[in-house]
Design a protein around this ligand. Structure first.
Ligand code: LLP
Length: 420
């Protein structure tokens, strides 16, 4: 559910008509709904009410805008971060260091040090050597780093290959069968409080069965580790729950997920940690765009919009589907291709799709663009970096400026031997 609805024939974000935002800020622009963010945060939390002690760490990679982080901090969420940059954002967004979990397969020594300085809540270790280095760094500073070991359960999450993380050939986690021996070795380090395990098997999961199978393997591992004398107080179950992108998509609901979690983790007696990203942010945002031209095509017309692959990369990168609707639909339909202005054939949002009839200067939106949208944007083709707007009831604010190419050019240098 979200708060982008038609009123009097005009698409609104909460109480704000989208043409008002287009006039004030220009297009393309991401528009977020505070009410949708809050609702998703609350629904996800309520879904896990039957699962015992729970720590919610929003995966800020999905949408790291500072205003969004503020809203989620108010909703009591911590953060899952994967770089020092994300950690900095989480702290600036009002999330307490103790509520931050640091994931990621390539944390550098510098990043580990900065996270120790900040006093974050947990390090999710991806390999044994990382644990040894973290232990040494922490010990040298008189600290004990809270950590869990991320295991790779070798399950096929049934999602797009580029966003699957839990198969044994993926780069993430340590093979689950090697985890007990590694746990024995790492738990001897004085600088480390190795207190549990973590998994994350992929994103946009549309079926709970692979998750449940993975959780069952983690349950067995927890029992084995305890039998070997280890204290296991925390298990991080990752993120991954998918969202509907197509109007007729049916996905497991947060409640279905929560019921599965309660069933799969019964008797574990740990604090369960979660890293939801897309399920919180996905439907809380749209990409508002203007039609530049409708160009006749050989098979179907091309609707050329002013948003492009550099603003919303998912269709080009994962063949992802984003629903496109007109802001002021007439009721008439057409079959069209939708493409952006970037000089690549891959800059295509849809081919042969049944859409609202649109003409030059009409506004439209790509829905479900709140997660992995603005954050993956670039300035390719020297286009401006797409801005972001947050709506709350009948008010809205620009929460990220449109960065012009001049700003980036100001950071570039022509060496003096080329200017002589
Ligand atoms: N935790 C870890 C360790 C992760 O790697 C991820 C996502 C998450 C949590 C959050 O997953 P979510 O709940 O959002 O599914 N750019 C891609 C998605 C990449 C996801 C990477 N990891 C896309 O646009 O579909």
């Amino acid at each position: 559910m979200n708060h982008f609805d038609y009123r009097d024939g005009v698409l609104h974000a909460e109480d704000v008509p989208l043409p008002v935002i287009a006039d004030a800020v220009g297009t393309p622009v991401y528009v977020y709904s505070t009410a949708t963010f809050r609702r998703h945060a609350q629904v996800f939390r309520e879904a896990l009410a039957g699962a015992g002690r729970v720590h919610l760490a929003y995966a800020i990679k999905a949408n790291p805008n500072l205003a969004v982080l503020r809203v989620l901090a108010e909703e009591g969420y911590g953060a899952d971060v994967v770089s020092a940059g994300e950690m900095m954002r989480a702290l600036a967004g009002g999330i307490a260091a103790k509520d931050i979990v640091f994931s990621g397969v390539g944390k550098t020594r510098d990043e580990l040090t900065r996270a120790l300085d900040a006093g974050i809540g947990q390090f999710n270790l991806e390999l044994e050597e990382e644990g040894e280095v973290l232990a040494a760094l922490a010990h040298a500073r008189g600290q004990t780093a809270p950590a869990v070991l991320r295991v790779n359960p070798d399950v096929d999450a049934g999602t797009h290959a580029k966003i699957s993380t839990g198969r044994k050939e993926n780069k993430f986690g340590v093979p689950i069968d090697q985890a007990p021996a590694m746990f024995d070795r790492l738990s001897k380090h004085a600088g480390l409080n190795l207190r549990g395990v973590a998994i994350h098997i992929g994103s946009q999961l549309s079926d709970l069965a692979p998750l449940e199978a993975a959780y069952a393997r983690v349950g067995e591992l927890v029992a084995d580790l305890r039998a070997a004398g280890h204290t296991i107080s925390h298990v991080d179950l990752g993120g991954g729950l998918g969202v509907p992108y197509r109007p007729d998509d049916v996905l497991p609901s947060p409640a279905d997920y929560g019921a599965m979690v309660a069933r799969a983790t019964r008797g574990w007696d740990v604090e369960l940690m979660f890293e939801p990203g897309r399920v919180i942010a996905g439907n809380a945002g749209v990409l508002l765009t203007k039609v530049v031209w409708v160009k006749p095509g050989v098979v179907n017309p091309y609707v050329i919009v002013d948003a492009a692959m550099n603003d919303l990369m998912r269709p080009a990168m994962y063949d992802a589907y984003h629903d496109f609707v007109a802001v002021r639909p007439s009721g008439a339909r057409m079959t069209a291709n939708i493409a952006g202005p970037v000089c690549e054939t891959g800059d295509t949002f849809a081919m042969g799709r049944d859409i609202d009839v649109v003409a030059s200067d009409d506004l439209g939106v790509f829905r479900t663009a709140g997660a992995y949208g603005a954050t993956m944007a670039s300035m390719y083709n020297s286009r401006a970096l797409v801005p972001e707007v947050l709506v709350d009831g009948d008010r809205f604010a620009v929460v990220a400026d449109r960065i012009q190419p001049e700003t980036i050019m100001a950071a570039e240098r022509v060496p003096e031997w080329l200017t002589r």
